[in-house]
Design a binder for this molecule. Structure first.
Ligand code: MF3
Ligand code: CO
Ligand code: CO
Length: 267
């Protein structure tokens, strides 16, 4: 595996001890995402959810990677309905039928655990449920494309071809990223593309896959707060994110739910 090496694309190759560090960090993030599910309900504010996450990060002997990151001041991004990503927690009150993504990144023993999932406040409609299911399936199809010798384009094609076959669109303006002892490293992991294109995937690479899928058109815009990304056409958007490490024959998903809850309870 020749660990410690960096590929010509700037992608670090990690060793088995590094996998152990990422596993622990990823499991802390996944545990927090499991726990937070119990408090998602109409009437709760996104700020209250973020306060819980802020406390749990510290209690689990970790540091928030997002507090202080490029001036961001919260332990989570909470993106409701047509917010694509980087929603800022605050006074916003969840209403029955809202769908939301919660994205948490912790640093534990120097390793970054980055993951996000969808949740539903109360009960939502079938179209929104379908968006959530297709987005999760898109992520899992991307993960299934990961193995040594495949390329990053194979991941993008797996995600794009499935999402578009379901008449939904893939956001182009944000991507996954290399991760490890740094938050955002090469490569950019695109959620669209062509099989066989892009860098070759090698054992020991760590990166996230985090597709954002829209019911309407793929275009986004950033609000005046300089963080919140929304769909230009106001259509609903969903996202799931896992951090993975490439093994000899596939990948380890560091951020799998310890409680086995990957999806919100859909009717
Ligand atoms: N966790 C996000 C990601 O998946 C990054 C959030 S940066 C923040 O890469 F500053 F907006 F929190
Ligand atoms: Co990420
Ligand atoms: Co994230």
């Amino acid at each position: 595996m020749n660990d410690g090496r960096v590929t010509k694309e700037g992608i670090r190759i990690h060793n088995p001890e590094d996998f152990a560090g990422m596993h622990t960090a990823g499991q802390i993030t996944a545990r927090i995402l499991d726990e937070v599910g119990a408090m998602i309900a109409p009437g709760v504010t996104t700020g209250e959810i973020d306060a819980f996450i802020t406390r749990r990060v510290v209690e689990l002997n970790s540091v928030s990677a997002t507090i202080g990151y490029r001036g961001y001041q919260h332990a989570s991004c909470i993106s409701v309905n047509h917010v694509v990503c980087h929603g800022i927690p605050g006074e916003k009150v969840l209403r029955d039928g809202d769908i939301l993504n919660i994205d948490v990144t912790v640093i534990h023993d120097g390793w970054f655990g980055d993951s996000s999932r969808m949740y539903v406040a109360g009960k939502t409609n079938r179209k929104a449920e379908r968006l959530i299911e297709v987005t999760h399936d898109s992520l899992m199809r991307g993960i299934e494309a990961v193995r040594p010798g495949a390329t990053f384009g194979d991941i993008g094609q797996a995600i794009q071809s499935y999402a578009e076959s379901q008449r939904m669109s893939v956001v182009r303006d944000f991507c996954g990223h290399g991760i490890g002892r740094v938050f955002h490293a090469p490569p950019n992991v695109l959620h669209y593309g062509r099989s066989g294109k892009g860098p070759v995937i090698e054992e020991g690479m760590f990166f996230t896959i985090e597709p954002m899928i829209n019911l309407g058109r793929p275009e986004t815009k950033i609000l005046a707060d300089e963080w919140t990304a929304v769909t230009r056409d106001k259509s609903l958007s969903a996202q799931f994110e896992h951090a993975v490490g490439v093994t000899a024959d596939g990948c380890e998903v560091f951020t799998l739910s310890p409680g086995g809850v990957f999806m919100p309870k859909l009717a």
